[in-house]
Write a protein that binds this ligand. Structure first.
Ligand code: G3I
Length: 569
C-alpha cells in the first residue's frame, strides 16, 4: 500500500513537473529568449546574489523566460571566490550557475583578473605595493592557482570567461596603452598572455575574453581606446595566445554611435574574434528606445557578435541606480514596452543568413585545440666546446647538460621579459675529480622575448622561455683527452683531463714519487707540434696552442712514458 501511495505521489510529481515545464516552454516561446535563440544569440543578463536570493516578484521567472544566458555579476570576483589564499568559495556562484543549467541557459564567467583594489582580497592587495611587494614569480603563481582553480571548477559549464577585465589605461603612459596595474607592473606585460594560457589550459572548451569599457567605439573620444584594444588583440593572436573574444562592456550614455560600434565588431571579426556585449546599460532608455534598437541591430548584422548581455534586469537593482533608467525592466519590475518591442522586433527581423553564420561561428571550438605550441629546441650550435645542443629549461632554470664534462649545470632563471635580452656572461664552477675547481665563463645570447608563458603544457617544465642563439663557433677547445692508447692508465698514476671549456689539457701525476719530465705532442702524421722537455713538475697543462685535430701526447715521467689522445675542436 505504502508503495502504491509513493507511486501515486511520484506520478503526481511528474505530472506537476511536466505541467510547469510545458508552461515555462510556453512562456519562453513568447519571450525575447526565443527570438535571440533563433538568431543564434546569447541574450543574457548578470544576476547577483542580492537580486537572486530575495527573488523580487517574478525575478527568476523573468530571468529564465526572457534570457538564455545568466551568470553571477559579483560572486566570481577574486575577492569573493578566494578571500583566503588558496581557499575557494563557490557557494554563491554555484547557485547562479546551477540555476542557468537547470533552465538550459548559458553562462559567462566574470571575471578572473581585475586590477580593482576593492575587488581583490586584502591578502593579495597588501603586497601589491609597499616595502615587501610580490615578486614576479609569486604573483604569476598566485594568478595561475586562481585561474586554474576557478576555471577548472566550472570546466565545460561556463561557456565564456572574462579573463582580463579592464586592462587598458590610456592615460597611464604605457607605450602600448596597457593599464599600469599591479598585475602589469609586477609581472610585466605578459601577465595577459599567461592569464589566457592558464585559462585555456584549465578549460579548452571555453571562449576567453578581454573585457573592456570604452573600447566599443561608441564615441569619438574613445577611439584611441578602441584601437588600443584592437592592437593588443592582434599582438596576442600573433603570439598564439588563446584569446577568442573582446567584451564590450557598453555602459552607455545618451549618445551611442552604433554604426561605429558595428564597424568595430566587423574589424574584430576579421581577426577571427568574437564580440560580446557584456554589461550593457543604456542611459535614459525609456526615452531612447532607438539606442537599444540600433545597438541590437549592430550586433545582429555581425555574425561574430555572439552575446548581448545587460548588467541586470531592472532599474531598481542597477549599479547605476534607478534614476539612470538603464535597463529593460523599470524600478517596479515592469518591462518597458517600447524597449522590449524594439528588441523583439529587431531580433525577429534578424537576417537569417547572418544568424546561420553566427550559429556556425559560435559552434567552432576555441582555438587552439591542438596542444599549445612548445618552444623549438633552443638554437645553439656549439658553445664552449660543446658538440650538441646542451640547453633546456627545467622548472624555472635554464639547464645545461654538458656533453663535454658529463655534468649538469643549472645556470639561471630566465625571465620572459626584455631584461634578459642580449648577450650575457654566466659563470659555472666545476670540480674535476677533486683536482681543482674551475670557474668558467659561458656566454649566452637571449633574443627577443618570444617568451610569454611558463610551464605551458602543464608538465611541470617551463617552455619557450628564452630563445638561445649560438655562441661563436668554437675552435681550439679540447673535446677529448683520454687515456686508451698503450694503456697508460693501468698503473693509475697519471690522470689526463680536458679542462672544461678550456683550450688546454691537464696532466697530473698522482704517485708523488715521480715527476713529469717531458711532454711531446704529435699530429697523426707523426710530426711533433708541441714539446716541453723541462717540466719537472707533477702536473702540467698542454695543448693550448693546438689547432683543430687529433693528436697523440707522449708524457714522460722519471721512470715511464705514457701516451694519450687529444681531440681539439
Ligand atoms: O554584498 C555586500 C553587502 O553585504 C554589503 O552590505 C554592501 C555594503 O556596501 O556591499 C555589498 O557588496 C557590494 C556589491 O557590489 C554587491 O552589491 C560591494 O560593496 C560593491 O563594491 C559591489 O559593486 C559592484 C562593482 O562591480 C564592484 O565589484 C557592482 O555591484 C557591480 O555592478 C560592478 O560591476 C562592474 C563590473 O564587474 C566590471 N565593469 C564595471 C561594472 C560596474 O562598475
Amino acid at each position: 500500500m505504502q508503495f502504491k501511495i509513493q507511486n501515486l505521489f511520484s506520478s503526481k510529481l511528474n505530472f506537476l513537473c511536466l505541467f510547469f515545464a510545458i508552461s515555462s516552454i510556453t512562456a519562453i516561446g513568447q519571450g525575447l529568449r526565443t527570438y535571440a535563440t533563433e538568431a543564434g544569440l546569447n541574450f543574457g543578463t548578470m544576476a547577483t546574489i542580492q537580486q537572486f536570493r530575495p527573488n523580487p516578484k517574478g525575478y527568476k521567472d523573468t530571468l529564465s523566460t526572457q534570457f538564455n544566458m545568466t551568470f553571477p555579476g559579483n560572486e566570481l570576483k577574486f575577492k569573493n571566490v578566494e578571500k583566503e589564499r588558496g581557499v575557494f568559495n563557490f557557494a554563491y556562484s554555484d547557485s547562479v550557475i546551477a540555476f542557468a543549467e537547470a533552465h538550459g541557459m548559458k553562462s559567462r564567467g566574470h571575471c578572473l583578473i581585475w586590477h580593482s583594489f576593492s575587488q581583490n582580497p586584502a591578502w593579495l592587495t597588501d603586497r601589491w605595493y609597499g616595502t615587501n611587494p610580490w615578486s614576479r614569480a609569486e604573483l604569476l603563481s598566485i594568478m595561475k592557482t586562481h585561474i586554474t582553480s576557478v576555471v577548472s571548477h566550472y570546466k565545460g559549464r561556463i561557456s565564456e570567461w572574462d579573463v582580463i577585465n579592464e586592462g587598458i589605461g590610456i592615460g597611464d603612459g604605457h607605450p602600448n596603452g596597457l593599464r599600469k596595474s599591479p598585475w602589469q607592473s609586477i609581472i610585466g606585460d605578459d601577465y595577459i598572455d599567461s592569464a589566457f594560457v592558464y585559462a585555456h589550459r584549465a578549460d579548452p572548451t571555453a571562449y576567453l575574453y578581454f573585457n573592456e569599457y570604452g573600447g566599443e567605439g561608441a564615441i569619438a573620444s574613445e577611439y584611441a581606446k578602441r584601437d588600443t584594444v584592437y592592437n593588443l588583440a592582434k599582438r596576442l593572436l600573433a603570439r598564439g595566445i588563446p584569446i577568442h573574444g573582446i567584451g564590450f562592456e557598453a555602459h552607455f550614455g545618451n549618445y551611442v554611435n552604433t554604426g561605429a560600434i558595428s564597424a568595430n565588431m566587423k574589424k574584430l571579426g576579421e581577426l577571427g574574434l568574437r564580440v560580446s556585449i557584456t554589461e550593457l546599460d543604456m542611459m535614459n532608455t525609456t526615452n531612447l528606445p532607438n539606442n537599444w534598437k540600433n545597438l541590437m541591430n549592430a550586433c545582429l548584422e555581425n555574425y561574430n557578435c555572439t552575446s548581448f548581455v545587460t548588467w541586470g534586469i531592472d532599474d531598481k537593482t542597477s549599479w547605476m541606480g534607478s534614476d539612470c533608467g538603464c535597463l529593460i525592466w523599470d524600478s517596479t519590475f515592469v518591462r518597458k514596452s517600447a524597449v522590449y518591442k524594439v528588441l523583439s522586433d529587431a531580433m525577429k527581423a534578424a537576417n537569417p543568413n547572418i544568424s546561420a553564420q553566427r550559429k556556425a561561428f559560435a559552434a567552432q571550438l576555441p582555438y587552439p585545440q591542438t596542444p599549445l605550441p612548445k618552444a623549438a629546441t633552443p638554437t645553439i650550435n656549439y658553445c664552449q666546446g660543446e658538440t650538441a645542443v646542451p640547453l633546456s629549461v627545467v622548472g624555472s632554470k635554464l639547464r645545461w647538460y654538458s656533453t663535454l664534462t658529463g655534468n649538469v649545470y643549472d645556470l639561471f632563471a630566465p625571465t620572459p621579459s626584455t631584461k634578459d635580452v642580449g648577450t650575457k656572461s654566466y659563470f659555472v664552477s666545476q670540480t674535476i675529480s677533486g683536482l681543482e675547481s674551475q670557474r668558467v665563463e659561458i656566454k649566452i645570447t637571449v633574443t627577443a622575448p618570444t617568451t610569454w608563458y611558463q610551464d605551458l603544457d602543464g608538465d611541470g617544465k617551463g617552455d619557450q622561455m628564452v630563445k638561445l642563439v649560438a655562441c661563436a663557433q668554437p675552435t681550439g677547445y679540447v673535446k677529448e683527452a683520454s687515456t686508451g692508447i698503450n694503456d697508460i692508465s693501468s698503473d693509475n698514476n697519471l690522470n689526463v683531463y680536458p679542462l672544461p671549456f678550456k683550450e688546454s689539457v691537464m696532466i697530473r701525476l698522482n704517485n708523488g714519487d715521480n715527476q713529469i719530465v717531458g711532454v711531446r705532442i704529435l699530429n697523426l702524421s707523426g710530426v711533433t707540434v708541441e714539446q716541453n722537455d723541462e717540466v719537472n713538475k707533477s702536473f702540467i697543462s698542454v695543448g693550448a696552442g693546438l689547432s683543430k685535430g687529433v693528436y697523440i701526447a707522449l708524457i714522460t715521467t722519471s721512470n715511464k712514458t705514457y701516451s694519450t689522445r687529444i681531440v681539439k675542436l
